[in-house]
Design a binder for this molecule. Structure first.
Ligand SMILES: Cc1cc2nc3c(=O)[nH]c(=O)nc-3n(C[C@H](O)[C@H](O)[C@H](O)COP(=O)(O)OP(=O)(O)OC[C@H]3O[C@@H](n4cnc5c(N)ncnc54)[C@H](O)[C@@H]3O)c2cc1C
Length: 423
């Protein structure tokens, strides 16, 4: 990568990922002298591994409702100023073929490497200077200029953009660097947590289900905020937190639950709270079982296996709730209606309390981050520190699974890139 001899720039961007490259390219193409710094050996590893190697680069349905934040309106302005259509137009300008997969999710036909090459080319068009791999040891701010002591010498810039992302997948070089710099400059941070992450259960309560590892099925899932969870035990409902419901696939694993449905709800789940899963969302199981009972000579297990993955049907009936009633081997005609109703209710309303998440190692994103109440929503500039900007996942703006997080990275990067100035 090319280097520029001068150590003085209009803008220094730390983090050459999705948002950082976008901000640098936009600012560079506006004629600003930009340096882009990253500590990684390889460029944009998260883009490379994203979307199973095909990068789910946006979602055509992106809107503020697809994001979690303590300041939910913050993302509106940037998302409106740079839309999925704008990114599609860029992708097409670079001749990258794409397709829609599921629920508005757009993927590259070939490889996510094309998106990385596109962003690199956009940076080159803006004559962006690179320092990579390069470690920033110290940042100071005097007389309106930022001085960065790095492993490649001292750099000076009139404006500084933090684009170092979130903490998911530390093995790829993810850090909490932006959060620490935010704190250094007196900004607040919303507690960060792993999100879009598998949920785990304590080994004993999970032993009956661990054998189902690999079983997948469509479910409806919601997170029950503490006060809401209490209603199941006769408590009072606070009604404060809106319930979010997802209809997606669930995957059983050795340690707990994964799959898109669980990743989505994990972003809304807080330690100690329950999740509620409808394991047969497309059918009225009570009616189906009572109907099948009429003249039914089949065993209940056979009937259930016709509606569900066979391994799940067998294991569900063998589980402690029903093993005493010996449901697995009974003919449907011999099972009392009361038990069939109970069975249907448990399947439609499986309420369970995870003991944690699989952590940042398995998470796709970080939830929380720099408190956006301290950031200008049109420019991404810190309200109390002129010249200091934050973009991308480091901010407390967390998208759903499905291309929303990249759309936020592009949109916040562009908002910042357009707002930066010479000096
Ligand atoms: C496995 C996986 C799959 C994903 N798939 C998708 C998907 O298909 N669609 C989607 O929308 N989102 C997806 N995401 C989320 C998406 O990758 C991120 O939300 C997005 O990359 C965030 O962009 P960013 O620019 O803020 O941070 P990043 O893209 O993570 O870039 C941050 C950059 O900062 C650098 N950096 C970090 N710390 C320092 C430091 N101290 N000094 C210097 N440089 C530093 C890193 O090396 C990195 O290059 C996925 C995430 C993962 C982990």
């Amino acid at each position: 990568m090319s280097r520029v001899a001068a150590a003085s720039f209009d803008v220094a961007v730390i983090g050459a990922g999705a948002a950082g490259m976008m901000a640098a390219a936009v600012a560079g193409q506006r004629g600003l002298r930009v340096v882009l710094i990253d500590h990684a050996q390889r460029l944009a590893e998260k883009i490379r591994i994203s979307g199973g190697g095909r990068c789910n680069f946006t979602n055509i349905g992106t809107g503020p409702a697809n994001f979690l934040s303590q300041n939910p309106d913050f993302c509106r302005s940037a998302l409106a100023a740079y839309t999925p259509r704008d990114f599609i137009e860029l992708v097409e300008r670079h001749g990258i073929a794409w397709h829609e997969k599921h629920k508005g999710q757009l993927f590259c036909d070939d490889s996510s490497a094309a998106i990385i090459a596109m962003l690199k080319q956009e940076c080159d068009m803006g004559k962006v200077a690179w320092r990579m791999p390069c470690k920033v040891d110290d940042i100071t701010h005097d007389d309106g200029r930022f001085t960065l002591k790095t492993s490649q010498g001292v750099l000076q810039a009139g404006q500084l953009v933090l684009a170092t992302g979130g903490m998911a997948i530390p093995q790829l070089g993810a850090t909490d660097y932006a959060l620490n710099i935010a704190r250094q400059f007196g900004l607040k941070v919303v507690e960060p947590r792993p999100a879009l992450v598998p949920l785990t259960f304590d080994a004993q309560s999970w032993q009956d289900f661990a054998v189902l590892s690999g079983v997948a099925l469509e479910v409806k899932v919601k997170a029950l905020a503490k006060a809401v969870a209490a209603t199941a035990k006769g408590g009072k409902r606070s009604g404060k937190q809106p319930e979010q419901l997802f209809l997606e696939d669930l995957l059983f694993t050795h340690r707990g639950l994964s799959g898109p449905a669980i990743l989505q709800i994990s972003s809304y789940w807080n330690p100690g709270e329950a999740i509620r899963i409808d394991l047969a969302p497309q059918q009225d199981l009570e009616q189906a079982l009572l109907q099948a009972k009429q003249g039914g000579r089949q065993q209940l297990a056979t009937v259930l296996a016709g509606l569900w993955p066979k391994r799940l049907a067998e294991q569900w009936l063998a589980h402690e709730d029903f093993s005493a009633a010996d449901l697995a081997t009974r003919r449907l005609a011999d099972v009392p209606d009361r038990l069939l109703r109970l069975l249907a209710e448990r399947i439609h309303d499986w309420t369970l309390v995870p003991n944690g998440t699989a952590g940042y190692k398995k998470a796709e994103v970080m939830r929380g981050g720099i408190d956006t109440r301290g950031i200008d929503q049109k420019t991404m500039q810190a309200k109390t520190v002129p010249g200091l900007y934050f973009v991308g996942e480091a901010l407390d703006v967390t998208g759903w699974l499905g291309g929303y997080n990249f759309q936020w990275a592009w949109a916040s990067g562009v908002a910042c890139g357009r707002a930066l100035s010479a000096g």
